[in-house]
Design a protein around this ligand. Structure first.
Ligand SMILES: Nc1ncnc2c1ncn2[C@@H]1O[C@H](COP(=O)(O)OP(=O)(O)OP(=O)(O)O)[C@@H](O)[C@H]1O
Length: 357
């Protein structure tokens, strides 16, 4: 509701909450610009997420659910709110925290300490899987070789698979992540800017991977980042707020700033971009990649080898740019050898590994 529509009353110099009309307003809700009190903010924030869960039938009673927990604000609020809603509405879910340790000194080691505290605070069992154990490399080691420019490709591709592997170790039915409305609007824009039709057609789905090993859901699909921060602040949740030290992704940064500018002028812009993304119709003549399985590790892939295996092969052969479209670094024989083993003409990838949720 726009502020002009909200019934605004004042008491002793302060406005009354436009929802309960009893308590003093403590904040202006970023999504609607309503002046509301803290208690009503908690109630509407949680109720909207509950409605998204119910309307989209995200869970079934008795399911085991892993929460992708990075220690950051989004996944911390997700873990907290999901445990609350699970109790309040008797979802009957078995919740777990699942963290991926990418091996980034001074960043992930600190944020994992936060997740370990969350494990105790929320009473949710925690499983940690690491890049070092799964792939034999930490991100610190990869960055030493590849530099800062393309490291997000490695990290995004490896994390996606690591979360699936962790989820399968936990034997869960689904994995939920803290991707919020801002993240999704940003990804819609990036996929348009890159002309990535395949990703554009799936990036707004609230549940993905239903045909893969473990479906993924985004209960915060319509939740604004600013509201998540406010919720965490007012609830005094314990989360880690430092940005990744290896994340210079300038292109995504511009998209993010652009969306924040639009939001300042018109808060609904975020929801409208998501809606536009949902309503794109892909021409039937557009060729879409066919999903199969990686011949090497068995993970889902539209090529002979999955992206993680291609990147890993490059690292292990001392040719780290192999999977990021730098085939110029190879001589003729190496290129031929590579094509045979990977079974694809083009192994070029997108710059950012996190365009797929
Ligand atoms: N290392 C990790 N371990 C487990 N889950 C992760 C990890 N990194 C990201 N995720 C999951 O993916 C979601 C989106 O991650 P992203 O890197 O975009 O971080 P973010 O938007 O800052 O989220 P957060 O505030 O939770 O860190 C997170 O909310 C979380 O659910």
């Amino acid at each position: 509701m726009a502020e002009s529509h909200a019934k605004v009353q004042k008491v002793g110099g302060g406005r009354l909450c436009c929802i309960c009309n009893e308590r003093r307003a403590a904040l202006k809700r970023p999504k609607t610009l309503e002046q509301i009190c803290r208690e009503c903010f908690f109630a509407v924030f949680e109720e909207e997420i509950h409605q998204v869960i119910v309307e989209n039938q995200l869970f079934n009673p008795g399911e085991r659910i892993a929460i992708g927990a990075s220690g950051g604000k989004d996944s911390t609020v997700l873990a907290y709110v999901l445990s609350e809603l699970n109790r309040r509405h008797d979802y009957r879910l078995d919740l777990f925290l699942l963290s991926v340790d990418e091996g980034i000194t001074g960043y992930r080691d600190d944020s994992l300490e936060t997740v370990k505290r969350n494990e105790i605070q929320y009473g949710l069992p925690l499983k940690i899987v690491s890049y070092k154990d799964l792939y034999g490399w930490t991100m610190d080691e990869i960055v030493k070789i590849i530099g800062l420019k393309n490291n997000c490709t490695f990290c995004g591709v490896f994390r996606r698979q690591a979360l699936d592997r962790g989820a399968s170790l936990l034997k869960v039915d689904k994995l939920v992540t803290g991707h919020n409305a801002d993240d999704i609007a940003e990804t819609v824009l990036l996929n348009i800017l890159r002309g990535d039709i395949a990703r554009l057609s799936r990036c707004t789905a609230i549940t993905t991977g239903e045909d893969g090993p473990i479906p993924r859901c985004k209960p915060f699909k319509y939740t604004y980042e600013k509201e998540i921060v406010m919720y965490a602040y007012f609830k005094r949740l314990d989360y880690f707020s430092t940005e990744c030290i290896y994340s210079p992704n300038a292109y995504r940064g511009f998209a993010r700033e652009f969306i924040k500018d639009l939001e300042r002028i018109r808060p609904r812009a975020i929801l409208d971009i998501i809606k536009s993304g949902e309503n794109f119709r892909i021409a039937t003549s557009t060729k879409m990649p066919e999903q199969g399985t990686c011949e090497r590790c068995g993970y889902i892939s539209s090529q002979k080898w999955c992206k993680a295996c291609v990147l890993l092969e490059g690292l292990n052969r001392g040719l780290p740019k192999l999977g990021i479209g730098r085939t110029r670094v190879l001589d003729k024989d190496q290129k031929k050898d590579l094509k045979q083993s990977i079974g694809t003409k083009s192994i070029a990838s997108k710059q950012c590994g996190s365009l797929d949720f």
